[in-house]
Design a protein around this ligand. Structure first.
Ligand SMILES: [Mg+2]
Length: 258
């Protein structure tokens, strides 16, 4: 646990680590309070794109996870800059209405977009997926906020956006450009914000590919948290080797005090 104690700052996944199904996980609020008391800097690094950053900050605060917008690095938020850097292509969005408000600066072209933008989206039908496929075959780039496989809700596991992105990649032979975790640039955003180096921070998450391996690809220690989607056997079959494990984010104050 020395690498946790020696860290100057932390990066945290949110879903499955601090909250699940819209409720704070046990001990998460106390851990956040502890970090504030000790003035330990951190950023939440989330691929969640069901809500824009402002709405997410309000929702978190409502469930006791008090934070400011600037402490949240979300794929939906970083995606704006990502598309600007691609010289603002015309887009067709497959994202929630809440997030779409943040993307009003980009031209929407439902007929022949230069890029399709995929985030968390519950309205997929065969027809919509087929339209997305047609756009890509007609030359559109695939911009995906993330390629998450699944996440945990109270009723069980739930299919994430990745399956739809991969279906389009498979059918079109074109690779999606990923905005959020595990994209190195996404982690770098958080490091720049904290003004810390990869060696000075530790990443905590319940997703092996996006959180643990994503962090490790940039030289950041990746800790697997055994809440959220964690289950027995997931590490053994993955080929990914977390730098350490903790049972819950609730344990963080005890580890830092020991
Ligand atoms: Mg998670």
């Amino acid at each position: 646990m020395d690498l946790i104690r020696n860290a100057k700052g932390f990066l945290f996944d949110l879903d499955g680590v601090f909250y699940q199904s819209g409720k704070a996980l046990p001990g998460a609020i106390d851990t956040l309070d502890y970090l504030r008391q000790k003035n330990i800097p951190f950023r939440f690094l989330t691929n969640t794109t069901t809500k824009n950053r402002k709405t997410l900050q309000i929702k978190l605060s409502e469930i006791g996870l008090k934070c400011i917008e600037e402490e949240i690095i979300s794929a939906g938020y970083v995606g704006i800059d990502f598309i600007r850097k691609m010289c603002s292509p015309s887009c067709r969005f497959f994202i929630t209405d809440n997030l779409k408000k943040d993307y009003s600066e980009f031209e929407e072209n439902p007929e022949k977009p230069e890029a399709i933008v995929i985030g968390d989206f519950d309205d997929w039908t065969f027809d919509l997926l087929n339209q997305a496929f047609q756009h890509v075959m007609n030359g559109a780039e695939i911009i995906a906020f993330h390629k998450g496989k699944y996440y945990k809700v109270d009723s069980g596991l739930r299919l994430d956006a990745g399956g739809f992105v991969v279906a389009l990649e498979f059918a079109t032979g074109k690779k999606a450009q990923i905005v959020g975790k595990p994209n190195k640039a996404f982690f770098q955003c958080a490091l720049d914000d904290l003004n810390l180096t990869p060696e000075e921070v530790v990443m905590f998450g319940d997703d092996l590919i996006n959180d643990v391996q994503g962090a490790q690809n940039l030289g950041i220690s990746g800790i697997l948290v055994k809440t959220g989607k964690y289950h027995e056997g997931m590490v053994e079959s993955s080929g990914i080797d977390p730098d350490d494990f903790i049972n819950s984010i609730a344990d963080l104050p005890t580890i830092l005090n020991s």
